[in-house]
Design a protein around this ligand. Structure first.
Ligand SMILES: Nc1ncnc2c1ncn2[C@@H]1O[C@H](COP(=O)(O)OP(=O)(O)OP(=O)(O)O)[C@@H](O)[C@H]1O
Ligand SMILES: [Mg+2]
Length: 394
């Protein structure tokens, strides 16, 4: 057994949280055994008082935490309870004889990289859950997530935002709530913070911005589940999740564990190597999440003093071409505008500022919101998109 591997796995598992009380299993002295080698992980813990629902959540956390090391079929979680006195007695666990081991309740984790659809969990309190993703960082994914939320709000929808980007959580800044500290409901659910009428939650509200990124990884397993499933969302029409950029194991684990109704892939015209986009689309196909379409961000620049001109700074229609080749929808082309960036830096979301109504960026976001609506409720296509968008899910 590699010492390093066991050490890493033990670190990752020591922050798994008991959803019942927010304490780690380690703090509660529940962890009985961790066996980890190249082929298999066995995790044994004391289950007393933990409900089946909470047990599932713990299993999903375990799976998420170690997903870079083990696929689901290589993880075995054994639980023991004090009631099975032949297996577990008092504070010391004595290795049980083979026959007694059978009495131990055991569960095979089905999340992680397991079969599609197994153990997918629904976020409570949201009718539709949309994931915003990108194959690369810095393409405007968070800007799109935030402004899409406000565009949908402008259409009269109730929308929430979940910043699941553990490595670069930006929503507290984008929404001017860097110092906000979320409270909890009596049943220990996290209360989202309200920003201009949009409830949101972000890793950034819990971590110290100065913490080195390396320490955040181990937090992920335990916290992620709370973020995805233990937030007290109320009657949302849409919950928009800002995923971490890329298509790695962590992203895959997140989208695999969560019942997501549709995904949006954001790209800029020059970043859109077909291969990259394909990777992004494949990730969602693999876990059977419908891709609603692609969004081209920073499509072109319209100078304020020459509003009829368009400058294709990053090349023309790259994403539209890629979407065509990959047979997915192009949901909108969002131009570059200084006010969008400036508003983001000040925590004043562009689409919450009525003074921008009618500007190209505004119209592009409203078109995006209408197309999202169209995906889910099948309304007639908005006039401006007729002949431009192919029929969704055709
Ligand atoms: N259409 C736009 N016009 C002008 N500036 C924009 C536009 N879209 C995004 N930006 C700016 O580009 C920068 C990157 O955007 P953002 O942080 O949303 O990207 P991201 O893909 O979420 O990045 P990361 O990978 O770091 O999470 C920000 O400064 C943002 O204000
Ligand atoms: Mg971001």
């Amino acid at each position: 057994m590699s010492e390093n591997l066991l050490e890493n796995i033990t670190k990752l598992l020591s922050v798994i949280i008991n959803p019942q009380n927010g304490k780690t299993l380690k703090e509660e002295g529940r962890i009985l055994e961790i066996k980890a080698d190249q082929n298999e992980l066995i995790f044994k813990y004391k289950r007393d008082g933990i409900t089946p629902e909470q047990k599932k959540s713990i299993e999903a956390s375990i799976s998420n935490a170690v997903s870079q090391y083990y696929s689901h079929e290589k993880i075995t979680v054994l639980t023991v309870s004090e009631n099975s006195s032949d297996v577990f007695t008092g504070k010391t666990f004595s290795p049980a004889p083979v026959s007694a081991e059978k009495k131990v309740e055991s569960a095979q984790i089905k999340t992680g990289h397991g079969p599609v659809g197994a153990n997918k969990k629904r976020v409570q309190g949201a009718k539709k859950v949309i994931a915003v993703s990108s194959c690369k960082g810095g393409v405007g994914k968070s800007t799109v997530a935030v402004n899409l939320a406000f565009a949908l709000k402008n259409l009269g929808k109730k929308v929430g935002l979940l910043d699941a980007d553990i490595y670069g959580p930006s929503m507290p800044m984008l929404l001017n709530k860097r110092d906000a500290k979320p409270g909890a409901t009596p049943d220990k659910k996290i209360l989202p913070i309200d920003a201009y009428g949009i409830p949101f939650i972000s890793f950034g509200l819990f971590i110290n911005e100065k913490d080195p990124v390396i320490w955040r990884g181990p937090m992920l397993g335990g916290v992620l589940n709370q973020f995805l499933f233990d937030v007290a969302w109320e009657d949302l029409d849409y919950l928009i999740i800002d995923l971490p950029p890329g298509t790695g194991d962590m992203q895959l684990s997140m989208v695999q564990a969560t019942d997501i109704d549709g995904a949006i892939v954001v790209s800029t015209p020059q970043d859109v190597a077909i291969l990259d986009s394909k990777k992004g689309l494949n990730m969602f196909n693999q876990v059977k999440i419908p891709v609603l379409g692609m969004v081209e961000n920073m499509s072109y620049f319209v100078p304020e003093d020459a509003p009829t001109k368009k400058y294709f700074i990053f090349g023309e229609s790259g994403v539209r071409k890629a979407a065509g080749e990959l047979n997915v929808e192009l949901l909108s082309e969002i131009p570059l505008e200084m006010a969008l960036r400036e508003g983001s830096d000040k925590g004043l979301p562009y689409m919450n500022e009525k003074k921008y109504e009618g500007r190209p960026v505004w119209n592009a976001y409203m078109l995006l919101a209408k197309n999202i609506e169209k995906c889910f409720n099948g309304n007639e296509s908005p006039e401006e998109s007729k002949g431009f968008f192919k029929k969704l899910f055709s």
